[in-house]
Design a protein around this ligand. Sequence first.
Ligand code: ATP
Ligand code: MG
Length: 196
Amino acid sequence: MARKGIMGGTFDPIHYGHLVTAEEVRDYFNLDEVVFVPSGRPPHKVGQKITDPEHRYLMVVLATVTNPYFSVSRVEIERPGPSYSIDTVRYFRKLWGEETEIFFITGADAFAQISTWNNPQELLTMCTFVAASRPGYKLNIDRNFRDNVRVIEVSALAISSSEIRRRVRRGESIKYLLPEAVEHYIYKTGLYRDEI
Ligand code: ATP
Ligand code: MG
């Protein structure tokens, strides 16, 4: 049976927190592949300013190119309407067939919001959820969901996309928080520089 991971996110921009999490989960669960899925229109970020999906997609490609197990999907970018994870998991279930175990990777903060997602029950039965937690962080898991959720502690990385955007706006260094190619891409395109 094949084992594949899906790592969804806004990736505005992608950083080492995302990459370390995906790699540790891949290694721990012995996954054959982890597919990064940049969100087209994140339903939970409506009203917030989000960078053009093509920029976010390209940064994910640049960040993942050095890992042979990582790939990037455009499925949520191409799909019209809000990006619901349930539609994405249905898509990969169909693409990969029943013989593949699907691991849906989220950070603990995203997992804590799962009850607000579209159709969480069905989503949880379609795949194995991996909630990546920081050491010491207590994650509450609804009893109905427990069988389909695996919690894994990943090396604590207090990096967030919002902090990186804030630093770029203020002209502060973002070195070592994200891959160099992504850092250069941000400067070359002027992303996040003039954000309010
Ligand atoms: P923002 O600050 O804009 O909310 P973010 O850094 O949280 O961005 P997202 O694209 O929202 O990044 O997150 C995508 C996924 O990665 C989510 O499941 C989130 O929980 C997880 N994640 C984000 N940052 C980290 C981190 N430092 N370590 C582990 N997982 C993370
Ligand atoms: Mg977030």
